[in-house]
Design a binder for this molecule. Structure first.
Ligand code: RIB
Ligand code: CA
Length: 310
């Protein structure tokens, strides 16, 4: 039976790849999308989420708009320099036809989890504000969620938003702290693994050659993202594989090597958003998190290519 997943997302170039991967994978049943600020404003990410479900012919899939700002800290600069003002690499695709649900993302998350007790895997690909708001709204969902598999954080790879913090956690450390402390089964797919898997220009060209609507969209929106990686990391057209890694981890967890340990989220000061791994288990007041530390990049890239091009 397919795993029911609810994707919380800020599309976003890599979110787009991740959502398309999920919608094209028979192991998964996407039950809805919720949007969040991050790579651009929540208004724009919500429209992009609608566009993506329509592109794949899932017009009736529910999409709910979420939070526009973090729980407690000021809103950081959006990731438009990475993903474009439109979150779609500056390509300005036409508006979607569909409408957003008339309820906020947090409420939708609570309702879906209650409706499918023990069955939903939450897959957050952006700041964790919607997920934390859902927990605050109905703490009972923690025991009803099957698991949480999130793209975010960094155990040993340091940060990408600041020297200490990965972008999704940095964008709302208080929300991340609530999510990491909730006590549900949680897998952190962070920079330790997502930066190990590199999509080269040749790989991206191969995707483009498939010529289906999904790969055509990816082919259009990726150059802006590639330019960012080149400017900041000198990657010459290659990119890291962030959000698709989290979806792949639900499809086939055997691609990743994990270690269970408490992870503390720093909420204040210069290191806000840092995810501190406690390998020696000294901070046992923090619940254990499955931290992805290894990845079979060859298998991961093959899985993504196979699903997107078929
Ligand atoms: O650090 C990478 C994460 O930040 C990805 O989810 C990307 O889409 C941005 O949100
Ligand atoms: Ca994202």
């Amino acid at each position: 039976m397919a795993t029911k997943i609810l994707i919380d997302t800020d599309p976003g170039v890599d979110d787009t790849m991740a959502i398309l991967l999920a919608l094209r994978s028979p192991e998964l049943e996407v039950v809805g999308l919720t949007s969040i600020f991050g790579n651009t404003s929540v208004e724009v990410t919500a429209q992009n989420a609608l566009r993506l479900v329509e592109l794949e012919g899932h017009d009736s899939l529910p999409v709910a708009k979420g939070a526009s700002r973090p729980l407690a800290r000021p809103l950081r600069q959006p990731g438009t320099h990475v993903h474009g003002e439109d979150g779609m690499g500056g390509t300005h695709p036409p508006p979607p036809h569909g409408k957003l649900l008339p309820m906020p993302a947090a409420q939708f998350i609570v309702e879906m989890v209650r409706f499918h007790p023990g069955e939903i895997t939450l897959v957050p690909l952006g700041p964790l504000t919607n997920i934390a708001l859902a927990v605050l709204l109905e703490p009972g969902i923690v025991s009803l969620v099957k698991e949480v598999v999130l793209m975010g954080g960094s155990a040993y790879a340091r940060g990408n938003a600041t020297p200490a913090a990965e972008a999704n956690i940095c964008n709302d450390p208080h929300a991340a702290s609530i999510v990491f402390r909730a006590g549900w089964p949680l897998t952190m797919v962070g920079l330790d693994v997502t930066t190990q898997t590199v999509m080269t220009p040749e790989y991206l060209d191969d995707l483009g050659k498939a010529g289906n609507p999904a790969t055509e969209l990816i082919h259009k929106i990726t150059p802006h993202y590639q330019a960012y990686f080149d400017q900041f990391y000198g990657m010459k057209g290659s990119i890291h594989t962030h959000d698709p890694s989290a979806v792949a981890c639900v499809i086939d967890p055997s691609i990743f090597g994990t270690e269970s340990m408490p992870v503390y989220v720093e909420t204040e000061g210069r290191c806000a958003g840092e995810t501190v791994p406690d390998r020696r288990r000294q901070w046992l007041d923090e619940p254990p998190v499955k931290v992805c530390l290894g990845v079979d990049s060859t298998r991961l890239l093959a899985l993504i290519k196979e699903r997107l091009t078929s």
